[in-house]
Design a protein around this ligand. Sequence first.
Ligand code: GTP
Ligand code: MG
Length: 169
Amino acid sequence: MRQVLVLGLEGAGKSSVLHYISSEAAKDRTAPTQGFNSVQVSAEGFQIDLLELGGSQNLRFYWNQYLSQAHVLVFVVDSADEPGLPAARQELHWLLAEDPRLPLVVLANKQDKRDALSVAELHRELALHTLNGQRDFFLLPTSATHAALATAISIRRVRSLLVELLSQL
Ligand SMILES: Nc1nc2c(ncn2[C@@H]2O[C@H](COP(=O)(O)OP(=O)(O)OP(=O)(O)O)[C@@H](O)[C@H]2O)c(=O)[nH]1
Ligand SMILES: [Mg+2]
């Protein structure tokens, strides 16, 4: 079992992304995650356990306790929530400081929204240029609720990236 830890501020779209990855279908409605939400997908030769921890302020306190079991960190960002980006950046960099090698996949989610920032803008706003060279790092645009081909493709790309990263372990 390989574990993927899925974090990000409340409402970023973690549950929606996990639902799509495991069921290959968009879901238009999710409830805020109380505690955690776990989803399994099978890859060739191994199982992937994706563990989402809720993003509300009181739950963020527990995030770092789960880092040591994780093989990959997925950090989901609401690309259209510009005011929330400083908090997302701060939480992300706190997590990264705890483990300088943990592979990181940042999802620039909600790309279907008209006011979504681009991947390049998010790279800057999240100060991702400051990452050290020790870790594998990827930044991918996603959309998890929009029923369009681009959504299906973006989620499939996340899934195959995770399989690729985890199969190297
Ligand atoms: N337009 C759009 N809405 C999205 C997308 N992903 C998620 N949402 C919506 O954003 C809201 C929050 O999504 P969730 O998946 O519950 O977010 P979360 O990160 O799991 O939130 P917590 O569990 O509270 O930490 C829901 O209303 C989703 O339908 C997306 O790609 N595009
Ligand atoms: Mg959730």
